[in-house]
Design a protein around this ligand. Structure first.
Ligand code: NAI
Ligand code: COI
Ligand code: MG
Length: 346
């Protein structure tokens, strides 16, 4: 099976390297092809998502992605910025369903920003819509009648887009604890009112799922107050982006949370939820566990290798139990040493 390796920028290549070391030990069924993406691709080839990179992503059975983003590129026209590569891949491959599990490894209770007795309760999946919302609406800069510069980004969802992600939310809840919380801002936004109406309509098909609704500002607060109340959260692109970074700190570190971005055929792109972390790039400080856990999700969701996925997840737990800690977890181990610890635990 062919894996497209798209390491990207900053700490992306550092963490992907460790994930590949781990994959190579648990299976010999994979072949790899790498391609530049993000700022690295812009600098080498003049575009953040070159045609050959997109072609590789389409041909591959699954994609392992690091991160994109480079401060050198922040002044480029938007369509040439590194972030357009991940947005483009998500859209071109119709990867509309982003699963972001947030679970605290018990050994990391002290690393959470929350008190241990609150943190240990967190075990949820955030189901984030990934192809629509304000990220993909019409946007631009214009001048108002009074001569002021004005930026705008249109937020919208049509009912079909809401229905297909809501279905993933309901089905994810069915396979877990049976509770789905739909997060929106229906008290203010028409986009969210439609979201809520459609989710309620769909709930008739899932009588075994206990559905609740929450405004996003309250959800941000509840994630810190009592994260254990959530089983599955389903929400839009923008809210899911923000809430999952927040959930990661409840679970110990942003360096711990993996993700799967899926189409309706289980084709997937797998990446840590974090970005390219330019502040620590090149220093061996990045925690590779989110990417290693993303590789495990890839084996499970796209490649039909659940036993190998279980083996990686168990090795991560064992490495943590044995004291493996990168700086974000309060330790001193380098990125490669964290990879070594997982390999030793396999
Ligand atoms: N999917 C992607 O490729 C994403 C790309 N980005 C891009 O990444 C760049 C940096 O964005 P930021 O807002 O700083 O977010 P970020 O997630 O890259 O970093 C936020 C903070 O978390 C730390 N951090 C992140 N990952 C870590 C890891 N594995 N181990 C230890 N510490 C870690 C960083 O050092 C930083 O202090 C930007 O260009 C942004 O657009 C941001 C999020 C997702
Ligand atoms: C870099 C953005 C396009 C997205 C983001 O922050 C994310 O997907 O977590
Ligand atoms: Mg994000």
């Amino acid at each position: 099976m062919l894996i497209a390796l798209l390491p990207g920028d900053g700490i992306g290549p550092e963490v992907v390297e460790q994930a590949v070391r781990v994959l190579n030990v648990v299976t010999d069924k994979l072949t790899y092809e790498s391609a530049p993406v993000g700022g690295a691709a812009y600098k080498a080839q003049g575009h953040p998502l070159p045609a050959a990179t997109l072609d590789l992503a389409k041909r591959a059975d699954a994609i392992l992605f690091g991160a994109v983003g480079d401060p050198d590129c922040d002044k480029l026209e938007r369509h040439l910025r590194p972030e357009q590569a991940i947005l483009g891949l998500r859209k071109e491959l119709a990867l509309f369903a982003n699963l972001r599990p947030a679970k605290l490894f018990p050994e990391l209770a002290d690393a959470s920003a929350l008190r241990p007795e609150v943190a240990t309760q967190i075990d949820m999946v955030i189901v984030r819509e990934l192809n629509g919302d304000v990220y993909f609406g019409e946007k631009g800069m214009r001048t108002t009648a009074s001569g002021l510069r004005e930026g705008y980004d249109i937020m919208s969802y049509d009912e079909a887009e809401v229905r297909r992600i809501a279905r993933v939310g309901f089905e994810t809840a069915q396979a877990r604890g049976g509770k789905l919380c739909s997060v929106d801002k229906a008290n203010v936004l028409e986009t969210s009112q439609l979201w809520r109406d459609v989710v309620i309509e769909m709930s008739a098909d899932f009588p075994d799922v206990e559905l609740s609704h929450m405004y996003v500002d309250n959800c941000a607060m509840q994630l810190v107050r009592n994260p254990g109340q959530f089983d599955v959260i389903v929400t839009g692109n923008l809210f899911g982006d923000i809430l999952s970074d927040q959930a990661s700190m409840c679970a110990g570190s942003i360096g711990m949370l993996p993700s799967a971005s899926l189409d309706d055929q289980q084709k997937g792109l797998y990446e840590p939820i974090h970005g390219s972390a330019p502040d620590i790039a090149g220093q061996g400080k990045a925690n590779p566990l989110a990417t290693i856990l993303s590789a495990a999700m890839m084996l499970r969701y796209s490649l039909g290798l659940p036993d190998e996925a279980d083996r990686i997840e168990a090795a991560v737990a064992k490495a943590l139990a044995g004291g493996a800690r990168s700086p974000d977890l309060g330790g001193t181990m380098t990125t490669a040493q964290m990879g070594d610890a997982v390999l030793a635990a396999l």
